[in-house]
Write a new protein. Structure first.
Length: 438
């Protein structure tokens, strides 16, 4: 969402290691067993507006699973700020949960540790078959040519959310389709005393997601075809500068957002403090904060020109959450039953409705529940104009190093320091030098 090989894991603090080792799960054999058939531990990622919201959504479903299977699921909702480090520690200590959520962009990196159960043909058969899942979701489950490290649970795409009242007050009649239009609209919105656009400048994953899209729109990639880091090519530098310039030059993102890292921009939008939000499947989050569906619109993320599509018209990364099983679980059969339950058509409808995400299971995605106008924008993006982040072993370290570079650039803007092409390139070069040598 940061290489997970031994050298990188050494950077994880002892306190995180102790926290992970206390979480249960894990067979002493290292190869999985059924020594504890009546319990499972589950680390869920924080998908709702708060951890309390997630527990309210998930616990009734876990109780339902226990009633059906006789297996008690011990739930822990882990904040995104802690999740990757917790998982990294668990992969080396062997003491983690039985089942866990992973950001789909981490799939190849976590796959490289060998700690996760591979979803080969046999394991997919146990949960109903690989063809139950849509292709775009399966594309972010691990390195190409290898058995997936996880199965899709929630699918998401980025969209532009806009406040209808603020737009009307500023005389704006339709959402911007290009970045130039967004900047022009931002000036009208600022003239009315409102903030145009929110961002999470200190959130490394959000930074990566956005600069990845900008890079695609400039025909650039962060890695070469053979998997080598290539962070300083002209297209990437231009892309990163364009994103940071939304705050530095164009002034549509307030400088205070340089410190945001915990969904504060979503709260600002929900409270009517800003006119636009670039976010993944935000409807449930906004509703939980008191924003009515009728008060905002949803549109595709802007492109450089024209309309969204493939190639340089990409306007979202393939976002989502995958469900993984630690290979050394001491309830292998129960973990498989749990994955079957969570990816069943019925649960997919319940969970993805709760989180306003899109089911990656074909049958559930076709349910009328997911045919709303807002969902059609997200489904269309996933089907036609979204691209998967690089499925390479070093992807997680890429998110850390480049995400931090963008965070530092936003901090420079907030501190009044100039952001130039040279300064962007220097920070990206530093990030590239931190990547494992090939």
């Amino acid at each position: 969402m940061r290489s997970i090989r031994a050298a990188a894991v050494g950077a994880v603090t002892m306190s995180l290691a102790l926290a992970a080792s206390a979480c249960g799960g894990g067979s002493s054999t290292g190869g999985g067993s059924n020594d504890s058939p009546k319990t499972l531990t589950y680390w869920a990622s924080n998908q709702g507006a708060s951890i309390a919201v997630d527990k309210k959504v998930l616990q009734p479903e876990l109780d339902k699973f226990e009633k059906q299977s006789g297996i008690e699921v011990k739930l822990e909702v882990v904040p995104w700020s802690d999740l990757l480090n917790r998982i990294l520690t668990a992969t080396t200590s062997g003491q983690g949960p039985d089942v866990l959520n992973i950001g789909n962009t981490w799939s190849a990196s976590l796959q490289a540790t060998g700690a996760l159960l591979p979803w080969d043909a046999k394991n997919f058969t146990r949960i109903g078959g690989r063809d139950r899942f849509v292709d775009s979701a399966l594309g972010s489950t691990g390195a190409e040519g290898k058995d997936p490290a996880a199965v899709p649970l929630y699918s998401m795409a980025y969209a532009l959310y806009y406040n209808k009242e603020i737009f009307a007050d500023a005389g704006i009649t339709k959402p911007p389709a290009t970045w130039d239009e967004l900047i022009a609209d931002g000036k009208k919105i600022k003239a009315k005393g409102k903030s145009p656009l929110g961002a999470e400048g200190s959130n490394l994953s959000e930074n990566i997601h956005h600069v990845f899209v900008f890079a695609k729109q400039h025909g650039a990639d962060f890695f070469t075809a053979d998997g080598k880091a290539d962070f300083t090519n002209d297209g990437v530098v231009t892309a990163v500068k364009q994103y940071v310039d939304l705050m530095a030059k164009d002034k549509v993102i307030p400088t205070g957002d340089a410190e945001y890292a915990q969904n504060q921009s979503v709260s600002d939008f929900a409270k009517g403090k800003q006119a636009m939000l670039l976010w993944q499947s935000a409807a449930a989050n906004l509703k939980s904060q008191g924003m009515s569906d009728s008060s905002y619109g949803i549109a595709p993320v802007p492109v450089q020109s024209g309309t969204p599509g493939t190639g340089t018209q990409v306007n979202s990364m393939v976002a989502g959450i995958n469900l993984a099983v630690f290979k050394n679980t001491d309830n292998l059969d129960g973990a498989t039953k749990f994955v079957t339950f969570m990816t069943s058509d019925a649960e997919q409808k319940i969970l993805n409705t709760a989180y306003s995400s899109i089911p990656p299971v074909r049958a559930a995605q076709q349910d009328p529940t997911f045919n709303s106008a807002s969902n059609s924008v997200l489904k269309n993006a996933l089907a036609t104009s979204a691209a998967a982040l690089p499925q390479v072993a070093d992807e997680s370290q890429f998110e850390t190093t480049v995400g931090t570079a963008v965070k530092d650039l936003f901090a420079d803007v907030a501190a009044g320091r100039a952001v130039t092409t040279d300064s962007v390139k220097a920070k990206l070069l530093k990030a590239q030098q931190q990547m494992p040598a090939k």
